[in-house]
Design a protein around this ligand. Structure first.
Ligand code: IYR
Length: 229
């Protein structure tokens, strides 16, 4: 992280301003809705490789998200190495086995029934990439001193949303996977204690035979999520 010691406020004219008429804006809003409405979380991945450059570009897009004090408190570990994916799968499945064996509690397990999930996670090896999202609880300057980060869960959540949208825009599918606890990812990926694993995104092309649970198509109507004042 760059030092902010000698970084006074300086106002730049808004770069890259996009000018649209209301009609153009409406069309753009509709087009983006149509694109995003076609995004589905899947668990059936093809083993078709995905070039590293596409993953890099999508993570660069995530890095354009807004963040508390612009501290960008995120880190993404992109894993293609089969041995490392196998290790992550084994560790995740060990946690998931306890979860599905009752650790989650009845209400949570009932809530998951329509999804049809269980402790078996072969997709963690089949998907060509696993992107592990870390939240940086605190940061360090280049000289090693610590600084605070702000609104970390919010910032990392927004960046992860950018990432999922960027992957989808590139024709890739993703699964947001959150084994609990995820501390094993720090040792597997050699990340410092300052970083908290937030989720694993399995990323790749959907298998031809991929399915989604019917419940996933039941989205709340706009009236339930928006009130205009
Ligand atoms: N982490 C488990 C359980 C799970 C929890 C939620 I909340 C989901 O939306 C889906 C699954 C698993 O991945 O199976």
């Amino acid at each position: 992280m760059f030092s902010k010691d000698n970084l006074p406020h300086e106002a730049l004219p808004l770069p890259d301003q996009i000018e649209r008429t209301d009609a153009e804006a409406r069309r753009a809003a509709d087009d983006f809705f149509d694109l995003m409405a076609k995004r589905h979380t899947i668990r059936d991945f093809s083993d078709r490789p995905v070039p590293r450059e596409i993953i890099e570009r999508a993570v660069a897009t995530a890095g354009r998200a807004p963040s508390g004090a612009n501290h960008q408190p995120w880190f993404f570990a992109a894993v293609a190495d089969p041995a490392l994916k196998a290790l992550i799968r084994a560790e995740a499945e060990a946690e998931e086995a306890k979860f599905y064996d009752g650790g989650a509690g009845d209400e949570w397990l009932r809530a998951l029934e329509p999804l049809g999930t269980d402790a078996s996670k072969p997709h963690l090896e089949i998907a060509p990439w696993l992107i592990v999202v870390f939240a940086q609880r605190w940061g360090t300057y280049d000289d090693g001193t610590r600084f605070k980060n702000y609104y970390v869960p919010e910032s990392v959540g927004i960046a992860t949303g950018f990432l999922i949208a960027a992957l989808h825009n590139a024709g890739l599918s993703a699964l947001t996977h959150t084994p609990n606890p995820m501390k094993f990812l720090n040792s597997a990926l050699n990340r410092p204690d300052s970083e908290k694993p937030v989720m694993i995104l399995a990323v790749g092309h959907a298998a031809q035979t991929a399915t989604v649970p019917a419940v996933a198509k039941m989205k709340k109507p706009l009236d339930d999520i928006l009130k205009v004042y």
